[in-house]
Design a protein around this ligand. Sequence first.
Ligand code: 13P
Ligand code: SF4
Length: 309
Amino acid sequence: MPAALTLAEEILELKRERRAILLAHHYQESEIQELADAIGDSLELARKARDFEGDVIAFCGVWFMAETAKVLNPDKVVVVPDREASCSLVESCSAEQIRAFKQRHPDHVIVSYINTSVEVKAESDILCTSRNAVDVVNSIPPDKPILFLPDINLGNYVKQQTGRENMRIWQGACIVHATFPARRLTRLRSEHPQALVAAHPECPADVLSMADFIGSTSAIINWCVQNDAAEFIVMTESGIKHSLSKLAPHKRFHFVPNEQCNCSECPYMKRNTLEKLRDCLANLEPRVELSADLIQRARIPVDRMLAIK
Ligand code: 13P
Ligand code: SF4
């Protein structure tokens, strides 16, 4: 009797049968990243999704990322291992709220972080990610007032980097990054005085003020790998350990646990498992389904962002 397939083998077989690509965000469990065709930050994964030529995109990340992939690929099937893989930023901001804001402030340019629902994207003028947010805001004529949403920390960071005064910022926050306490970073720095600090811009301003480098997940990885230092404190979700330890096995990386769970894991990202990935490829569910009208409206701000950087 032939030996039963392992879960990983089942997934790879289903992937071939379905003509699927497996995209994984850096915050996924290592075993998922190991099977992925591409691992990346949200901008890189959106580009991969746009350029894909098979039939099925299995998006191992959170739902808003898969919605973006669907907007860029309306004819493909896009599945996510767990339908509940959401994001606290998405949940902080509804399309009704944005429509009400636009009625009160019709002159504002709406700049939405990619961590928003597709309905919010459809109400937006342009999107951004943590990688290109400064360039996106700089692309808007200086006399135009801006509403930046929904992340307060990224918004404040962009405002500081661009010197933009006429920019309102939504009050949403990431439950992982916004709860990294600066005093824990201070303590870790005193224990590892040689370590450099790399931080994601969703961290609070007092954490960012201690950082030697601020950037997206992929930018943090590249910076740590290329930098001559041997030790780093990394202020983002601990899933990026996977690439860091593969690309720089001789370097040391420390993570700061947040106050809520005493870990540095995103509970939404970690809902995806190998079993659920196998099932979503087998059943083509949970599947992202969007109306043609929503896709058309959301595509405009997505394309404007992709044209910038
Ligand atoms: P990146 O675009 O840097 O991958 O960030 C996505 C995210 O959700 C950060 O919490
Ligand atoms: Fe959302 Fe934060 Fe999780 Fe990123 S880490 S998906 S911003 S909750």
